[in-house]
Design a protein around this ligand. Sequence first.
Ligand code: AMP
Length: 213
Amino acid sequence: MKIILLGPPGAGKGTIAKALMQIDGSVQISTGDILRAAIAAGTELGKQVETAMAAGNLVTDELIMGIMEQRLLEEDCQKGYLLDGFPRTMPQAEALRDLLEKLGEKLDCALELDMPRDVIIERLSTRRTCTNCGEIYNVISKPPLVDGICDVCGNDIVQRDDETEEAIENRLQIYNEQTAPLVDFYRKQGLLVSVPTSDLDPVLAAIKERLKP
Ligand code: AMP
C-alpha cells in the first residue's frame, strides 16, 4: 500500500505506520527519523538541520524533496510505503504529486489521524526516546524498567529537544498553519480518510474499507 499519514505531532502516526508495515511489508519512511539519524551521525545534512529541528521548526522544502526523491527510488519501496511526517507543506505535497506522476505511481489514501490538543501536549511532553535504538517510552503510561535506561538496548533514554513544552507549542502552530491545509488538498482528490483516533482497530477498519477492490 502507498499511504500518507497526516496528523499533528503526537497523534500516533509512527505507531500506526509500524502496525501497517506488518500487513504487507510496506516500508515506513519517516523524514523525522532520517533527519535525526543524520544529526546523530554528525553528517553535513545533520549539521544543516540541527538548530531548526531542536526548536520544532520545519527544515526547507528543497532539502526534504532532495531526500525523498532519492528515498522513493530505493528497492524496498517496491512493496509500498507509509509516509510518516511527509509531505508537511503545500509545496511538498505538490512536488510529491508531480514526482509520483513521473514514476507512474498512485497513492491509495492520505490517512488523517486526529487527537485533541490537550492530549497531544500531554503525550508529547511525557514521551522519552532511546538515544540509540529510538524505542519510545512514556513516563506515565510506559516507563522503562530502570529509570533513564532503555529496556531494549541499555542506552540512555532522554526527552527530545523538540518535545519541551515550548517546542511542542511551536510544532502545533506550524502544523495548523502549514500542514493542516493538506487535508483539503487530499480531500479534493478523493484520497482523504479521516480517523479521529490512533487506536489501531478503527484505523485498520477504515483502511480495509478504503482498499476494498
Ligand atoms: P517528526 O519526527 O515527524 O515530528 O519530525 C521532527 C522534525 O523534523 C520536525 O519538527 C521538522 O523539524 C523536521 N521534519 C520532519 N519532516 C519534515 C518535513 N516533511 N518537512 C520539513 N521538516 C520536517
